[in-house]
Structures are given as structure tokens and as C-alpha cells.
Ligand binder design. Structure first.
Ligand SMILES: Cc1cc2nc3c(=O)[nH]c(=O)nc-3n(C[C@H](O)[C@H](O)[C@H](O)COP(=O)(O)OP(=O)(O)OC[C@H]3O[C@@H](n4cnc5c(N)ncnc54)[C@H](O)[C@@H]3O)c2cc1C
Length: 394
């Protein structure tokens, strides 16, 4: 395995950093990407999408024919990591818009879907949310109960999705629902592209742990979706999930490590110019921060390793799950350690005049708790590693 970055990848990293210095407002507050879509941050997020599109960074995963720039998975991961590190909003056009929806449309979408949806994603004009989880189906997603009934030239959908991040701002929902009355696990599961302006959709906000209405419960009441807006084959939605989940876990791992890296770098910069009181054990603090540096580097390589496999057309599930389990642990551990290093000041919110790093440690401490839940909990990833990675019996 060769993790050396190409000249092009190194240059991409530098371009993103310089873009962030130029374009991200000084007082930009949304420290966690799910918050970019809350009402107070939405105008900046929407504007930034156009700027990212102008750089050609939103369509890296598909060809020029659909507005893309056709770059490597590694380049996409670098973009994802650096955008998170520099807190550039809109880099994924909603939740999973570019990294999941775009990637899957490029692989399995119809010509019409690619011309319509992919082109608008690359232009930064359409945002997406992901409708998988339901009140009674999370880890066991295949037991979901949202129903799609065939009607005229399409389907009528009824049901409800929960924890749907960014649904309040999204133009489209990537929805998993069941076609037909057969409730047996993955039978009938189908992916629909649902316009969020459709009649019958109600979006009800839910506050996250930091108090932001970043996710929602979304109700579908007799929502009509044209047949042309089905991804691939009806009833075969589950067959597309392995690619989706591999990409989601790889990119999420990169994102978690980038958030940890940013907090560590900010803390180190702060401590370089701040003299700790004599009562603090400086050697212990130095060692703790150095330990974080080691873990972050390892976590980064775990994400690169998954991208390296994908680049060669391989998707060993346990590789992406390993990166995911490790990255969420490192992100949470980094926030916890740095809260300890900053002492009681670290626990203050950014608005307090006594806060340190504008409340970044407290913010990551709270937000990162969800990192071992979203996109598949740590226990589910460990099940995958145990069964498919280690080959243990059920
Ligand atoms: C910040 C955030 C954003 C999210 N955004 C979205 C989104 O945009 N779209 C979307 O569809 N969903 C989203 N989710 C939902 C997320 O995918 C689910 O929360 C997750 O899959 C877990 O499902 P659940 O909450 O129903 O928990 P459950 O599945 O009920 O799990 C409860 C507990 O049981 C454990 N458990 C369950 N099954 C097993 C098993 N077989 N073996 C061992 N342990 C098990 C779990 O690990 C967990 O600890 C988001 C969640 C969060 C926290």
C-alpha cells in the first residue's frame, strides 16, 4: 500500500486551505457540519455552495458529461477532510449529497437523472438529505416500514423518517422505502429521489445535543413520486447499499479525524502563546497532546486505507468499518482530553468571555457523542468487523 499523495492531491490540499482563508467568514460559527443547514447559517452555506462549484470541487466523483471533474476517490477524501478541517460549509451539498447520492447516481442513475440531478449537484444548486432511519428502524434498517404503492406512472409513499439531518434545507430526499406488502427484510426495498417540495411532506425539526434544529422527523402522507425518480431497479434498493455504506464510512472517518486534528491544532497554537499556571503538570499535558497527535495520524491512515481499496475497485466492508470505529473513538477522545487540558474554561460555550478557543472543545465534546451512532453505530461496525473481517461465526 502506497499512501504517498500525488502532486495533484498535494496541490488540491493547498488550494482548499487558501480558499478557506479567503472565503470562510471570520466569525463563522457552524463548527459541526450538521449545523450548516440551520436557519441562521443557511444563507452563508447556500452562497458557499456556488463558490465550491466554481472551483469544480462538488462534482469530483463523476464525469465532465454531467458537470463533474472525474477525480480520484483519494482526491474526494482529501477535499472532504480539508473542508471539514477548515469548516467550509456546503462541501457535501446537504448530508451525503455529493459523497453518497452523487456517487450512486453516477453509477446507477438513468441518463435523465444524471443530466438533471448530477449537474445541479455539481453546480451547487440542489441540496440533499438522506431518509433511511425510522422511529422503529435504525440499526436494523431492513425492517423499515415506509410503504410505496405503485400508482399510474409512479408510486405513492406513506411513512415517516427520523433523524433526517438537513431536511429543513434540502431540495431532495434520498429515500429508502418498501414497494409491495411483503415485509420480509430487504424484499421490495427501493431508493426514491423525492422532491422535498412534493405535496404531502411535512418536516418537523428536532434539536440536537447542542440545541440546534439540525435534524428532523419527516412525514410522507400520500406523496407521489414519478417512476423516473426510482434509482435503478424497483425492489433492489438493498443491493446498492454496500457501495453507499462503504463510501459513507470512509468519508465519515476522514471527517471525524479532521475535526479532531483541527481541535488539536487550535489547542497547540493556543498553548504556545499561553503560559499555563504553575499548578498544572506541563509534562503530562505535553504527553497527552503528543498522544493525540499519534492517534490522529493513525486514524487518518485508516481512512486513506479504505479510499486506497475503493480506488482499486475493492470494498472490504471491515476496512471501512475499522476506520469508522477508530475515527469516532479518536474524535471523542480528543475532545475529552482537550476539555481536561483547558480545565474549567474548556467547558464554557463560545459566547462566554472566559471561553477558550471560542468554545470549540465543549462543542466537539457534545457533538462527537453522536459520531459513534450516525451512519451505523460502533456496535454495528464491530459486528461487521467480527463477522466479515475476522470471520467469526454468528
Ligand atoms: C447526529 C445524527 C445524524 C443522523 N442523521 C441521519 C440522517 O440524515 N438520515 C438518517 O436516515 N438517519 C440519520 N441518523 C440516524 C442514525 O443512522 C441512527 O441513529 C443509527 O443508525 C442507529 O439507529 P437507532 O438510533 O434506531 O438505534 P438502535 O438501532 O435502536 O440501536 C440502539 C442501541 O442498540 C445497539 N444495537 C442495535 N442493534 C444491534 C446489534 N445487532 N448488535 C449490537 N448492538 C446493537 C446499537 O448499537 C445502539 O447502541 C442520524 C443520527 C445522528 C445521531
Amino acid at each position: 500500500m502506497d499512501f504517498r499523495l500525488t502532486e495533484e492531491e498535494i496541490s488540491l490540499r493547498e488550494q482548499i486551505a487558501s480558499f478557506a482563508r479567503r472565503e470562510v467568514p471570520e466569525d463563522w460559527e457552524a463548527g459541526f457540519e450538521y449545523e450548516e443547514y440551520c436557519p441562521e447559517h443557511w444563507p452563508v452555506t447556500r452562497q458557499m455552495a456556488r463558490k465550491l462549484a466554481a472551483q469544480g470541487w462538488l462534482g469530483m466523483g463523476w464525469s465532465e458529461a454531467y458537470g463533474g471533474t472525474n477525480r480520484s476517490v483519494m482526491s474526494q477524501l482529501i477535499f472532504y477532510e480539508e473542508a471539514v478541517y477548515h469548516r467550509i460549509p456546503a462541501y457535501d451539498m446537504g448530508i451525503g449529497g455529493v459523497s453518497n447520492v452523487g456517487a450512486l447516481l453516477a453509477l446507477y442513475g438513468t441518463e435523465e437523472q444524471k443530466k438533471e440531478r448530477l449537474v445541479r449537484l455539481a453546480k451547487g444548486t440542489e441540496f440533499w438529505c438522506i431518509g433511511y432511519s425510522e422511529p422503529d428502524a435504525g440499526s436494523d434498517l431492513r425492517s423499515l416500514s415506509s410503504q410505496a404503492i405503485a400508482s399510474d406512472n409512479g408510486f405513492v409513499i406513506n411513512g415517516s423518517k427520523i433523524w433526517t439531518s438537513a431536511a429543513q434545507a434540502a431540495d431532495w430526499c434520498w429515500l429508502l422505502a418498501r414497494v409491495g406488502a411483503d415485509t420480509a427484510k430487504n424484499r421490495g426495498l427501493t431508493i426514491f429521489l423525492v422532491n422535498m417540495k412534493s405535496i404531502g411532506i411535512t418536516v418537523s425539526p428536532i434539536n440536537d445535543i447542542c440545541g440546534f434544529p439540525s435534524f428532523n422527523q419527516v412525514y410522507f402522507d400520500n406523496v407521489f413520486v414519478e417512476k423516473a425518480n426510482v434509482l435503478g431497479e424497483v425492489g433492489k434498493g438493498w443491493d446498492y447499499m454496500p457501495v453507499l455504506l462503504f463510501l459513507e464510512r470512509t468519508f465519515q472517518a476522514g471527517a471525524s479525524i479532521a475535526r479532531a486534528r483541527r481541535l488539536l491544532d487550535d489547542t497547540v497554537n493556543y498553548l504556545r502563546n499561553y503560559s499555563l499556571p504553575a499548578c498544572r503538570n506541563r509534562e503530562l499535558i505535553r504527553h497527552r497532546l503528543a498522544g493525540l497527535k499519534v492517534e490522529i495520524e493513525v486514524g487518518r491512515l485508516a481512512a486513506y486505507r479504505a479510499a486506497w481499496f475503493k480506488q482499486r475497485g475493492l470494498m472490504p466492508e471491515s476496512v471501512a468499518s475499522t476506520a469508522r470505529v477508530y475515527s469516532s473513538r479518536i474524535e471523542q477522545g480528543t475532545a475529552r482530553t482537550i476539555m481536561g487540558v483547558l480545565g474549567l474554561f474548556g467547558q464554557l460555550k463560545g459566547e462566554s468571555p472566559h471561553s477558550r478557543l471560542r468554545g470549540a472543545a465543549e462543542h466537539l465534546y457534545l457533538c462527537s457523542l453522536s459520531d459513534s451512532i450516525l451512519g451505523g453505530t460502533t456496535q454495528i461496525q464491530k459486528n461487521i468487523i467480527a463477522l466479515r473481517g475476522l470471520g467469526l461465526p454468528r
